[in-house]
Design a protein around this ligand. Structure first.
Ligand code: KMH
Ligand code: ZN
Length: 273
């Protein structure tokens, strides 16, 4: 089986220091968490950035500062900025980090409920706009899908030229409003993408490691980190994202998957920059 790509989603836009005091906000904290996650075995850092007070931002300058800090500490790690940002941001705001020319960026392929009154909005025209821009700039999208219909949307738009093959998907499973985090649903999702595609799985909350285990067995890849889950085990907060990466590495070793280096991850994902 292909080596396992571990993505560390180190900070997200919603989780706060109230949820776990080691959620990184500042440039230095983000750099430190990225470095620890990388040293533990992550080859991709999925990046959101914050102001020093924790406020999520998509500011190009703030992304540049964080990317520079991460590259200084771990030059070969793959940095994947979010274009999802936080609920309520405009498309223009969300797209800012792609103008820093990253190798990858996320491309969210549908609208979904996001808890309470929150709705994460991605209209068809938004997806087309983001997809077109990423093709123009030579950025490989990680296609974020929170439900099966979003896979179908991505496939339909790929046929129209808004995304290229081979496609790489992130199945985000267990969001209130998205597909549930069950092995049955993961088999359904993985069976719905074209041959030659790759996928990673982000299990939300307590589903992080059970879904990681299923993905490892199926030949998929894994995302862990505070964006999706702040606990190392029931009732025990992780002290760093690196503890979550270490746990994924341990699972992979037990299940017979080797861990991909960033260079190997680039090969698997066909990154060409
Ligand atoms: N923060 C969510 C609203 C992405 O990174 O592209 C969107 C999100 C997805 O996290
Ligand atoms: Zn994200």
């Amino acid at each position: 089986m292909e080596k396992l790509i571990i993505t560390a989603a180190i900070c997200g836009a919603e989780v706060t220091k109230e949820n776990n005091p080691s959620v990184p906000y500042t440039v230095k904290e983000i750099g430190e968490e990225a470095e620890k996650a990388y040293k533990a075995g992550a080859s991709i850092i999925h990046l959101h950035v914050r102001e020093d007070d924790g406020m999520p931002t998509q500011s190009k300058d703030r992304f540049k500062a964080c990317i520079d800090e991460i590259k200084r500490r771990c030059p070969d790690v793959i940095i994947q900025p979010s274009t999802g940002g936080a609920v309520g941001m405009s498309n223009e705001e969300r797209l800012q980090p792609i103008y820093l020319n990253p190798e990858m960026a996320t491309l969210d392929c549908g609208t979904c409920n996001f808890g309470g009154d929150e709705i994460f909005v991605n209209t068809e025209n938004t997806i087309k706009e983001f997809g077109e821009k990423m093709i123009e700039l030579g950025i490989k999208p990680e296609i974020e899908v929170f439900d099966k219909g979003m896979v179908d949307m991505a496939l339909r738009l790929a046929k129209k030229g808004y995304m290229k093959s081979p496609m790489h998907f992130n199945f985000v499973m267990g969001v209130n409003g998205g597909i549930s985090a069950t092995p049955r649903d993961l088999v359904f999702m993985a069976g719905s993408i074209p041959e030659g595609s790759t996928f990673t799985v982000s299990g939300i909350g307590r589903h992080q490691f059970p879904m990681a285990a299923v993905s490892i067995i199926m030949g998929g890849h894994v995302r862990v980190g505070y964006e999706d889950n702040v606990y190392l085990s029931k009732g025990v907060l992780a002290k760093s994202n690196s503890e979550l990466v270490e746990k994924a590495v341990k699972l992979a070793k037990e299940l017979g998957r080797e861990i991909a280096s960033p260079a190997e991850a680039r090969q698997i994902l066909g990154l060409n920059k």
